[in-house]
Design a binder for this molecule. Structure first.
Ligand SMILES: Nc1ncnc2c1ncn2[C@@H]1O[C@H](COP(=O)(O)OP(=O)(O)OP(=O)(O)O)[C@@H](O)[C@H]1O
Ligand SMILES: [Mg+2]
Length: 336
């Protein structure tokens, strides 16, 4: 019998626009393979997206979206989505959400309770992966180097103590956001408090991290196998929302031009991070590589962007998997 697949996309997080692109691409591939596919925008409960028409009018805009309406009420619409999934008896759920309840384990917990299989990591790994402070604590415990940091649970801070501990420059980021949203690089002590307040607008807690000068390297994992590393060179400045999603704003080198031993070391750390957090199917681990060639793990992404131009598909291409083969591989892993 023809398999019924639901692709969950959109949602209410700041990464909603990216998710719509990821989800539409998933849906198109599965549709081409003649599965029954429905693409459902969880922000609106059971709203179906016409993924075959979608490309004509949708591009990721230069800044992330923000819901003006009551977000808590909109979040509850995901319960309508899950009820619909139960009623329609889907065989598999492809989670194409980024950020928020789709990536932080809440949706995964609901699907587990309902006995519905889905792609990507389970609820615990997702929850840990989304929480930078907790994942860094676990990385450190496992011997995976990560930049020194402090975790703040309120914005009123004695900034001199933080600077004394970590020095300057610093990176301030929301504890559970993605896509560089709410993140600042702080070069002068005067700017630190403002950066902390900005990050608190996006999260209930914030981390302040030592800035690591050097190269931007990302390591993708597929079914416990590290894919070729990618070096990312933003056209200018920070690898921020604009440099992530606007075509031509960053240069990508696959495989990253690093010595074999260093490549292996970063891949090993990435796989350790993936396994230590109990991730599954696929994921991406972000690193900074200092000028003296020491890798520092920044974070793990349990639902990384998956548009055809995203990093994981680029890395998969490096081992000869094209975009649809990658999606079908994830499909098989989730059904196994
Ligand atoms: N400690 C650091 N030193 C130097 N640059 C950093 C540091 N932390 C973050 N950055 C820069 O900011 C970017 C985003 O940081 P990070 O990956 O931690 O957050 P994110 O917003 O969750 O990203 P993603 O889009 O991958 O989910 C990094 O790719 C890097 O360019
Ligand atoms: Mg990152």
């Amino acid at each position: 019998m023809q398999k019924k697949i639901a692709v969950l996309l959109g949602g209410t997080s700041a990464e909603r626009d990216v998710s719509l692109v990821t989800g539409v691409e998933f849906a198109k591939v599965l549709h081409q393979k003649r599965y029954h596919v429905e693409a459902i925008d969880c922000a609106f409960g059971t709203k179906l997206i016409n993924f075959l028409e979608f490309h004509r009018d949708k591009k990721i805009s230069i800044i992330p979206p923000r819901f003006n309406t009551n977000k808590m009420n909109m979040n509850r619409n995901v319960l309508k989505t899950v009820n619909y999934l139960i009623k329609k008896k889907f065989d598999l759920i492809f989670i194409a959400l980024h950020g928020g309840y789709g990536e932080n384990g809440q949706l995964q917990a609901l699907l587990d309770l309902c006995g519905i299989p889905y792609t990507g990591s389970g609820q615990l790994a997702s929850g840990l992966g989304m929480n930078k402070h907790l994942s860094k604590t676990i990385f450190q415990e496992a011997g995976i180097p990560t930049p020194p940091w402090v975790h703040l649970t309120n914005p009123d801070q004695e900034i001199n103590q933080i600077i004394k501990l970590l020095g300057l420059p610093l990176v301030v980021k929301p504890n559970d956001q993605g896509s560089t949203i709410g993140l600042s690089i702080v070069n002068q002590s005067n700017d630190l408090l403002k950066a902390i307040h900005l990050a608190f607008q996006h999260s209930k807690s914030v981390i302040v991290e030592k800035y690591i000068e050097g190269q931007e390297i990302t390591a993708s994992i597929l079914d416990f196998i590290p894919l070729p590393l990618i070096e990312i060179i933003p056209q200018s400045g920070l690898y921020d929302y604009e440099h992530k999603y606007q075509p031509g704003k960053s240069q990508y080198i696959v495989p990253a031009p690093l010595p074999a031993k260093l490549t292996r070391q970063i891949q090993d750390y990435a796989l350790m991070a993936f396994k230590t957090l109990d991730c599954r199917h696929y994921g991406r681990v972000d690193f900074r590589l200092s000028p003296d060639k020491k890798p520092f793990c920044l974070e793990i992404n349990t639902l990384p962007g998956m548009t055809p131009t995203s990093l994981v598909p680029k890395a998969a291409h490096g081992i000869g998997l094209d975009f649809s083969e990658l999606i079908l591989k994830i499909f098989d892993l989730a059904l196994a």
